[in-house]
Design a protein. Structure first.
Length: 249
């Protein structure tokens, strides 16, 4: 909180909004919220590849006997990945636009409605596979996403309460004001929203950890087919890989 107050005191938010780049926006504004996850020992990986999307993008690599194994496809690099013990619990995308009105820039539309949901679905698939696609566990899993565009933020939450189609719920946009007297109007709700999403991550992490601990205690090593006989599993539709962009001529 002191770091945020210093940003107002030295007018950091003001110059970032007027003249700063997208990197300035990430490092001087939104990275402050990364520290919320420090006490959970979650790695807040910035500009790093996502393990979940790498697996999905390379799921067709196999030995066919007809052709060689294809080259590994490089994964997209989200602006933030929440990672711990081999599982990804959330993602964030940041952007700086030239539009004062929210939701009208191409970058915000594409990343909020297409890019982020695809990454979240990949993370949901990967987390589910770590729990052997256990139906009861999957019904309680939640993946979060922070959409940070300019000084606005909203949170997306993906889950699968029933059926085979994942659901995405969204909060409203909240905006950080550069005027100190307006701090309670936008910044306080953003901090509250961040803490609520942190609790969502904490519940999901506890769910996965408890399952893996119980599994190791109750099961002896055996063939996969024998281990899965007594499990109620749920297999969601396969996620398609994003099309490869054509290089500009």
């Amino acid at each position: 909180m002191l770091e945020i107050l210093d940003s107002y005191r030295y007018r950091i938010f003001e110059w970032v909004k007027k003249e700063g780049s997208e990197m300035d926006l990430v490092t001087r504004v939104w990275m402050i919220l990364d520290k919320v996850f420090d006490d959970m020992m979650i790695q807040t990986r910035r500009d790093n590849k996502s393990i979940a999307t790498t697996i999905v993008d390379n799921q067709e690599r196999a030995i066919t006997g007809l052709t060689g194994v294809g080259a590994k496809i490089c994964s997209i690099r989200p602006d933030l990945v929440l990672f711990k013990n081999g599982v990804e619990y959330g993602v964030a995308e940041c952007g700086k636009t030239d539009d004062d009105a929210e939701g009208i820039s191409k970058k915000e539309i594409v990343e909020t409605n297409l890019h982020c949901p695809k990454i979240m679905k990949s993370m949901f698939h990967h987390a589910s596979s770590r729990c052997d696609n256990n139906k009861d566990i999957m019904r309680a899993l939640k993946i979060i996403c922070y959409c940070n565009f300019d000084f606005r933020m909203k949170v997306l939450i993906m889950d699968n309460p029933e059926g085979y189609v994942c659901r995405i719920q969204s909060t409203q946009n909240y905006e950080v004001s550069t005027v100190p007297s307006m701090l309670p109007c936008g910044l306080i709700p953003i901090l509250q929203l961040t803490l609520k999403s942190k609790m969502t991550v904490k519940k999901t992490m506890k769910l996965i950890n408890n399952y893996m601990i119980t599994k190791n205690e109750e099961e002896e090593p055996d063939l996969q087919s024998n281990l899965s006989k007594n499990r109620a599993s749920l297999i969601l539709p396969q996620l398609h890989r994003a099309p490869i962009k054509k290089s500009k001529q």
